[in-house]
Design a protein around this ligand. Structure first.
Ligand SMILES: C[S@@+](CC[C@H](N)C(=O)[O-])C[C@H]1O[C@@H](n2cnc3c(N)ncnc32)[C@H](O)[C@@H]1O
Length: 516
């Protein structure tokens, strides 16, 4: 079948066909082929029908196997969409398909807002690639749905609009019905998806998860997708996982974390070690350090200077970019200077005159509009202590765990995170050794936060990371000594010593894990 991809957001054909095949194959595990006569498939955001046409073709092929000719039943597929034009295109495409297969037929489609539509019918299969929208920029859409009983039941702050389509999809499935959805994958761990994950956990089981570290949409780079297949009240024990080139199976019970029902995909060979890190960790990082994000000026072109300017000397502070952070150490010479202004400061007349030129622009910033700061302050100056005290710094997003230590003034933007000891006796060198270790990388890679191939060192996953922090001072000093050597001059050999200390303490058998 030739597919017309006028709409960039629609499911690419290869994925639509694969999703249709997964659903049908699962259905045929429980029913004889002849049962396809009674099958009912729905897509509640069907667009121009990519998913439904793909499954329709599969059904037609099966009908030929059974009857020796292509047969079609109108009850097979039902599509709902809010967009009239998309549905018209769906009809046209279905017509060409009917001609191609020499069958008579018409479609079961309805133009409506699927989330507000009362749907009595129950389906064997629900396929979907729902619309992705955040509440922040689509308040009105969310408001409409929040006023309905359905919306009241499922709304959760920080959720995405597409969660509703999964929840509705589940509600309209028959017992043992199959759901195959294509979405972005951040809901697997996102805070706002806790209710959604709870529902998926309570009402059924996953049987296949394809998790991508890239976007499968040519026109939506930067997102990362997942195709998940789930059965309502099934008796599935094993989930097939496909992650890029890795394929493995895991137990259903092993994918949800105890806290927040987050979905974590850990290859079986890693499971024991990850559990061991959790068990042997005697603190969470958040017990030992404060984790803070860097500055948001709200107008970098006003506050950030390429050159040091003597006339603003009382306010200019060394300002670094996240690229200035390496493993253990940071760039020495600041590439920029920031005019650091918080509410506690008095402005010199020269500084006031300089800023006054930008008063209009600066006054439009959100925090000024809400009268939370003076018009001349940085929007989020943070507690200045975090830039001055001895600290560990890390890029917000990084392919690997590169944490650095500095005692210098190190001001930076919101894409830098700052870790400072909760009490003065916390050994930051020891913590740095752990944060840069192999063990911590593996923990964060599987359980922490990840977007595509990047680790995301945000506050919550950092604070929730377990750490083994010894009572025995000599252990702290042992790692401190090694870390100090790394700070002076990084050496692979020393890193191996640090890695092996933490692997031992946390019960990780790297040799076994890396054996092919
Ligand atoms: C990402 S497209 C996917 C279309 C199709 N399922 C596919 O895979 O190609 C999402 C579709 O959701 C539809 N949509 C958005 N809000 C909707 C709503 N409240 N009710 C029904 N459809 C909606 C859009 O019109 C669009 O066609």
């Amino acid at each position: 079948m030739k597919v017309d991809y006028n709409y960039k957001i629609y499911t690419p054909e290869q994925y639509a066909v694969s999703m249709a095949k997964i659903a049908i194959e699962k259905y045929l595990n429980s029913f004889p082929k002849e049962e396809i006569d009674n099958i009912k498939v729905a897509d509640i955001s069907c667009g121009s029908g990519n998913l439904l046409l793909a499954i329709l073709e599969e059904l037609l092929k099966i009908s030929k196997e059974i009857y020796g000719e292509y047969r079609y039943k109108k009850s097979w597929i039902t599509g709902f969409d809010i967009d009239e034009t998309a549905l018209e295109l769906f009809e046209k495409r279905a017509k060409s398909l009917f001609i191609e297969y020499k069958i008579e037929g018409e479609l079961n489609i309805k133009r409506c807002d699927s989330l507000c539509e009362a749907m009595e019918e129950k389906y064997d299969i629900v396929l979907g690639n729902p619309p992705y929208l955040g509440e922040k920029n689509h308040k009105e859409i969310f408001q409409n749905i929040k006023e309905t009983n359905f919306g009241k039941k499922y709304y959760q702050p920080k959720m995405d609009y597409f969660y509703f389509f999964i929840e509705k999809g589940i509600d309209i499935l028959k017992e043992n019905g199959i759901l195959v959805y294509l979405t972005t994958n951040y809901w697997l761990k996102a805070d706002g998806a806790e209710n959604l994950r709870g529902k998926l956990k309570k009402e059924g089981e996953f049987f296949r998860i394809e998790n991508y570290t890239y976007s499968i949409f040519k026109n939506a780079k930067g997102q990362h997708n997942v195709i998940f297949s789930w059965i309502k009240s099934g008796d599935e024990k094993i989930i097939e996982i496909i992650e890029d080139e890795n394929r493995y199976s895991i137990y259903q019970d092993n994918i949800f974390t105890k806290e927040h029902n987050k979905i974590v995909l850990i290859p079986p060979v890693w499971k024991e070690s990850i559990d061991s890190i959790r068990d042997r960790g005697n603190f969470n990082l958040g017990d030992l350090v404060n984790v803070n994000q860097g500055i948001v000026s709200g107008a970098d072109k006003v506050f950030v200077f390429k050159e040091y300017d003597e006339k603003f000397k009382d306010y200019l502070k060394p300002f670094y970019k996240n690229r200035d952070i390496g493993k253990y150490s940071v760039t020495e010479v600041p590439p920029f200077w920031i005019m650091y202004l918080n509410g506690k400061m008095e402005l010199s007349s020269t500084t006031f005159d300089y800023l006054d030129e930008f008063k209009q622009l600066l006054s439009k910033r959100r925090e000024v509009v809400h009268e939370r700061i003076n018009w001349w302050e940085l929007q989020w100056a943070r507690d200045e202590e975090i830039f001055i005290k001895p600290k560990i710094v890390v890029r917000q997003r990084c392919k690997t765990n590169n944490f650095a230590y500095t005692e210098r003034e190190f001001y930076g933007s919101a894409d830098i995170y700052y870790l400072t000891g909760k009490t003065p006796d916390i050994n930051l060198f020891y913590l740095l050794g752990y944060l840069n270790s192999e063990a911590f990388f593996y923990w964060f890679n599987y359980i922490g936060k990840k977007k595509g191939k990047n680790l995301e060192f945000y506050s919550t996953p950092l604070k929730e990371s377990p750490i083994y922090y010894p009572k025995d001072e000599s252990e702290l000093l042992y790692i401190e000594g090694l870390v100090k050597k790394q700070l002076e001059n990084y050496q692979e050999e020393i890193q191996k010593e640090i890695d092996s200390y933490f692997n031992n303490k946390l019960g990780i058998n790297i040799k076994r894990l890396t054996q092919k």
